[in-house]
Design a protein around this ligand. Structure first.
Ligand code: ZN
Length: 421
């Protein structure tokens, strides 16, 4: 700006000098003072116009340029911000699209599975009881030989305590409501025996198959549900059977039937009725800290004290805070005394099993007083002196000593005798 003013001044000086020269050149004639004044004024006007023109043509464009540059700069910055925002928006949209696609896919998979398995079963799909109830003590209360006149009372107690159980039942007429209520209440209706006559069931493989088929058909007809779970009369380790246990297990496997023994016994099977307090003690102590307990009890007209013991058992265990009472299902880990062998030793085992003569249908067992499995087995054998198979029982007592070493204390469902029918 200062430079421009200087320039203007220089130009002015140059012009004045020219005018002066002009005056000097025309010095010959004398100019009138009016004319001189007029010329001066004219020069001044021209100077003023020139200055104004300079201002208009040099300064204003510069200012405008400045303003434009500023605006341009500002616009550029705004555009930069916008570009950044667009970029972020694009990323956001892409991310949201990806999320939406993933969600849609998950929803589709869920719908497909729901259609396949049903909504309710989806949550429970393929989970074991242990996975469903991590850290809990799993207790499976099981009742053999029912239904009886106490079945409804047992079901009431279970319902009141929000506990589930399994009923290994016989085929009895007049108990249609009980069979159905067991299922409707969420318990498991399982097979025990059609006749419950040991001498018949275990006389031949044909008889054994017939017993199971008859019971399965009977229960399916009564309830519309085909039973899957089974308990051997006398347990899988019974010594009554004349047929090999492996043959029976093989048959069950072919039929898709899963057998369950027990690892806790209420001992309520003994012929004389136990005190309810004794049954409570047997069960609660038997469960102890076991992670999984399958408890043997009986639903029988002769077992009133079991019904009396039941609410006390449940309440005592519930007080521990980490016990759940579940029905036996596909998610339950199998508890067995003997299971199917598929090795080359199978034939050998069959022979051994066949050698076992039908001796034991033990009677009075004072389990509390017994200190070892061996003693128990011997006493059981001796107690058979009161049965019809006296001689055989005594001759087998020694043999039993050996056997008993490998057999659990409660391997014989003592009162599964024919009178229970
Ligand atoms: Zn039984």
């Amino acid at each position: 700006m200062a430079e421009e003013v200087k320039k203007v001044t220089i130009t002015e000086n140059t012009e004045s000098a020219e005018i002066d020269e002009e005056i000097e050149e025309t010095d010959e004639y004398v100019e009138s003072p009016e004319r001189t004044e007029f010329r001066r004024k004219r020069v001044k006007r021209i100077k003023l116009i020139l200055v104004l023109l300079l201002i208009i043509f040099l300064i204003i464009p510069n200012i405008l340029c400045g303003i434009l540059l500023y605006q341009l700069n500002k616009t550029n910055k705004d555009m930069e911000i916008l570009r950044e925002e667009i970029k972020i928006s694009k990323e956001e949209i892409e991310r949201k699209n990806r999320e939406a696609a993933a969600a849609a896919q998950a929803q589709q998979e869920k719908e497909e599975k729901e259609a396949q398995y049903g909504v309710e079963n989806l949550v429970q799909l393929n989970l074991t009881d242990e996975e469903k109830y991590p850290g809990k003590q799993l207790v499976y209360l099981t009742f053999d030989d029912g239904p009886s006149k106490y079945t409804n009372e047992i079901l009431d107690i279970l319902e009141e305590h929000d506990a589930k159980a399994t009923f290994f039942v016989l085929a009895k007429e007049g108990f249609d409501d009980e069979y159905n209520r067991i299922i409707d209440d969420g318990h498991t209706l399982a097979m025990h025996s059609y006749t419950h006559k040991y001498s018949v069931i275990y006389a031949s493989m044909e008889n054994y198959r017939e017993d199971i088929y008859s019971l399965s058909d009977f229960l399916t007809e009564k309830t519309g549900v085909k039973p899957k779970f089974y308990r051997f009369p006398g347990g899988s380790s019974n010594t009554i059977s004349k047929i090999g246990i492996q043959d029976m297990l093989h048959f069950l496997g072919e039929e898709g039937i899963v057998h369950f023994d027990w690892n806790v016994s209420s001992e309520d099977a003994v012929p004389r009725m136990l005190e309810a307090s004794t049954i409570v003690k047997n069960v609660v102590n038997g469960i102890g800290d076991k992670k999984e307990s399958v408890v043997l009890m009986h639903d029988s007209a002769a077992k009133r004290s079991t019904v009396e013991a039941l609410p006390i058992i449940i309440e005592t265990l519930q007080m521990k805070g980490n016990v759940v009472f579940l029905p036996i299902t596909d998610g339950t880990e199998q508890v067995y005394h003997v299971r199917e062998k598929v090795s080359e030793k199978e034939s050998e085992t069959k022979e051994t099993a066949n050698e076992k003569t039908p001796v034991i249908q033990s009677n009075e067992i004072e389990s509390e007083e017994m200190e070892s499995d061996v003693t128990k087995a011997v006493e059981e054998a001796v107690s058979e002196a009161f049965s019809e198979e006296v001689a055989e029982a005594l001759s087998e007592a020694e043999k039993l000593k050996e056997d008993a070493k490998s057999v659990e204390t409660d391997n014989i469902e003592s009162s599964d005798n024919e009178e229970d029918n």
